[in-house]
Design a protein around this ligand. Sequence first.
Ligand code: C2E
Ligand code: MG
Ligand code: MG
Length: 707
Amino acid sequence: MAAELVINSGVPSAMPAALMLLLGLAVSRLASYVALDLARRVRVLRTRTGALWLLGAAMALSLGIWSCQIIGIAAEPLVFPLGYDGIDSLTAWAVAVAVGLAGLGAVSGRVATPIRVGLGAFALGTGVVGAHVVALTSLGLQPGITWHPLPLVAAVSGACGGCMMALGAFFRGGDRTRPATVPWQTTAALVLGATLVASHQLVIGAAGLGEQTASLNADRIASTTLAMFASVGSIALLLVGLILSILEARLRRSLRRAETELQRRSFRDGLTRLPNRLMFEGTLAQAVQQADASGERMAMLFIDLDGFKPVNESLGHHMGDLMLREIAARLKRFARPEDRVAHLGGDEFLMLVRGNPSAEDATIFAERLQALIGEPCNMNGREAAVSSSVGIAMYPENGVMAELIAHAEAAMRAAKSGGGATHCFFEARMVSGARDQFDLLRDLRRALAEGQLHLMYQPKVHAPSGEITGAEALMRWQHPQRGLVGPAVFIPIAERFGLIGAIGNWLIDEACRQAGQWRDEGLRMRVAINLSAYQLRHADLADRIDAALKRHRINPQLLTCEITESVAMEDASNAIRMVEKLGAMGVNISIDDFGTGYSSLAYLRKLRAGELKIDRSFVMDLETSADARAVVKLAQALGLKVVAEGVETEAQHEILRAFGCHELQGFLFARPMSALALSAWAMDDEGTRGLEFRDSLYKATVAGALH
Ligand code: C2E
Ligand code: MG
Ligand code: MG
């Protein structure tokens, strides 16, 4: 069958030898391109995937070598039919794969040294010639081939030279560590493809074909059939390889882009696009190095907006965001090229002023900055303005690099506590408190485990009758060295450093346990606990309270949760949800320190609390201030139960009674006392200051009051 296809050689009449040569060139060039493209990946990947890419590259190259042999031999003007033995052909191909692996493997290291390139070119060149020799031998020509050594040496050196040029071009395009650019890779593929074809021609020359009269494999796979198969099949396979390689490169590029974007985001604030703390600290380290080298000073400005929260709450978070963006843009415009600006989150910004500023320069800088921030912001047609407090720490006078931001922040806090809208320079005394806080935090961690926390109870009295209705649990810390520490000192620390969760849980359980004990003693005492912002944010708060009530068999109506007005405002929607949950359980909700937050009446209605507790500051001013009296009236107008705290004088007591307040609490009646003292006090028929206890307090436990 093979013989019929052949006229006087392996070449079908329709395909002249020149065309076959061109076809061979095209296939080998394509193969070289794909092989180099895959090899490029090996250089950047040192993983198992890299090994797979190397195998792919070797396969592509071997396909090129093999096709170039088959097509080349088919183009030879021999007067007898040629054929291939399947096993021998596979062997020739396997040799070509090995050649590819050796040659490309030598240059696939992360760094391509000249020695590696030379070795790779040598392996490839000799390998390619070797593969051609095997292929020719596998034709089984009769009589056998007599190899002419000189042309063979020329073939080897020509092939090595060609490979050297190709790999040289491939590595010229990239540097020693980076892969080649596409034009260089194309050039390298051209040279390598031509080398494959030329070396094959040289090997054929070295074989001195012409005297042979037969091929032992003439009846196996016809040379022309294989040549056609080799050209079409190889081109198809190589194209698939190329497409895969291009797709993979695209995927890799898009992954790289995504990674860059992620990296960029992790260094920038999402809202204002200003550098965040992480990035700022990086630039600060550089700036400090330069300042140290040149002996220049720097000024760190910590900027905090005054009254930003009310803007956010009254105009909505969207407007708040617009305002922050506008202020960030102003800071960016204001900063000189050498200065650095960052957004720490919320309403806090940092500015590092470089260029050797004096304290006077920093003052002028801060004042200008504050004036700029204070200009009204136009947000979608609505105008609002905020002032700012600025803390300044000078480098190197005010601390080393690691302390600079913290010191500027301490100075900002000092500016804030002075009423805000001003700037303040750092002074050492500003952080002595911080060190103290650190010590307290360390001790507080131990306090809970060692039972140093306990609750004091301050009674609440029924205003019209003066009888005791319940008590508020107030936490105390019996510090081993410092003595009794008040909640105003340690609760903020516990909130800031994540201890309030454990402390709050202990409080819930302890207050319920005490209520249970009073009940067992025959006192039906209502108990109020204070909830922190952190506790309110925790979805399991209601479950915890429910569990504690059940554990100690307390009627939920005997428990009141006091939530400070400003805390309830901090996360309004969450507070509304939590209050609803607790309300559904039957627990009472009281808005503590009423008048000090920023809540609107509409919000208070939504919050569905049962009680308002007027802040002590208004009670104090009742006798002298009409405003203070107005707050009490407002509370009453809301139709909720009104409690006044901090009642210290008879005059205040009288006014509050006249206003119709329901309950009163304050030193006038009783200071916070231990649970034991409270039960003794409650049992004492005489009472104190002539106070009576409501009957209910003395009644034996009522079945209905219990679960
Ligand atoms: P608060 O809930 O408004 O508690 C009332 C505070 O005013 C108590 O201070 C109480 O001792 C004090 N006080 C009561 N009557 C008078 C008075 O007539 N005159 C004066 N000058 N003060 C009076 P305390 O115990 O130092 O608590 C301060 C704040 O700490 C509490 O304010 C509350 O917000 C918080 N707190 C107390 N215990 C806890 C707790 O267990 N958990 C949480 N999250 N906060 C607590
Ligand atoms: Mg309270
Ligand atoms: Mg209060």
